[in-house]
Design a protein around this ligand. Structure first.
Ligand code: SAM
Length: 234
């Protein structure tokens, strides 16, 4: 059975798109998407030998070798130009996901939809999307086994519309998640704020370097923003 996290990612794969799942590990996501009849065909990409072998084994065992092409390589280099319509990248940090998108930019020219699930630092992905002409069309925040995950769905097009005049807050919290403001969202940012306060008090005891002052100022800004957002609706 697929995790609730990955099932939520698959919800956003458009029917009959050709899919590439990058950093696929056991290839659970593409196997599920093909078995459920969501996509006719998929690529499972992996850069590390162990997970690449796990993906091959899984696809073999499920009898899906003609429908899922398991490929070894770094990020988007495993796909050919115009080969897929939709790309999923899940279960990594936001900075790693953004760097995979950045390195493989030219492979994205014909991709219609990206579904990204960062474990941390969704802000890095939102910033990359904004700077590269991808517009967010949906976001979700979910909790599974005590962990909180964000899912970002983007299509090529006017990104600025999504943020209107809330760019700073939108990039950090997510424009759709801000609007929805559900209990998981509150839980995440209440915890983050507490964590930032702890770091600030440690920085106050640390040596007074320019770097520490800058870090502190940045955290204080984020704490202010979180307070504003959490205050907004109780
Ligand atoms: N996507 C699966 C999920 O969400 O459950 C697996 C997540 S696993 C924590 C991250 C996987 O990404 C690892 O198997 C790792 O080898 C792979 N990975 C990391 N960097 C990669 C890259 N540049 N290209 C392809 N795969 C990568």
């Amino acid at each position: 059975k697929l995790s609730y996290r990955l099932e939520t990612v698959t919800k956003y794969i458009p029917q009959d798109h050709r899919l590439a799942d990058i950093g696929s590990d056991h290839a659970y996501l593409p196997c599920y998407a093909v078995q459920k009849g969501i996509v006719p065909w998929a690529v499972a990409g992996e850069v590390v030998e162990g997970p690449y072998q796990s993906a091959k084994r899984q696809v073999d065992e499920e009898g899906l070798t003609d429908k899922i092409s398991v490929r070894k390589g770094d990020g988007l280099e495993v796909i050919e130009q115009e080969e897929v319509d939709c790309v999923t990248i899940a279960g990594m940090g936001g900075a790693l996901i953004a760097s995979i998108l950045e390195k493989g930019k030219e492979k994205l020219a014909h991709v219609k939809r990206l579904i990204l699930q960062p474990n941390i630092s969704a802000i890095t992905i939102r910033t990359w999307l904004l700077e590269n002409g991808w517009g967010l069309i949906a976001e979700e925040i979910i909790e599974e086994d005590g962990k909180i995950y964000e899912i970002l769905v983007a299509e090529q097009g006017n990104e600025k519309m999504t943020y209107q005049n809330h760019l700073e807050k939108g990039l950090l919290f997510g424009p759709f998640l801000l609007r929805e403001h559900n209990p998981v969202f509150r839980k995440k940012w209440t915890a983050e704020k507490k964590n930032w306060l702890t770091i600030v008090s440690k920085l106050e005891q640390a040596s007074d370097t320019a770097e520490n002052r800058e870090k502190k100022a940045e955290l204080i800004r984020k704490i202010e923003l979180a307070e504003e957002v959490l205050e907004h609706e109780k």
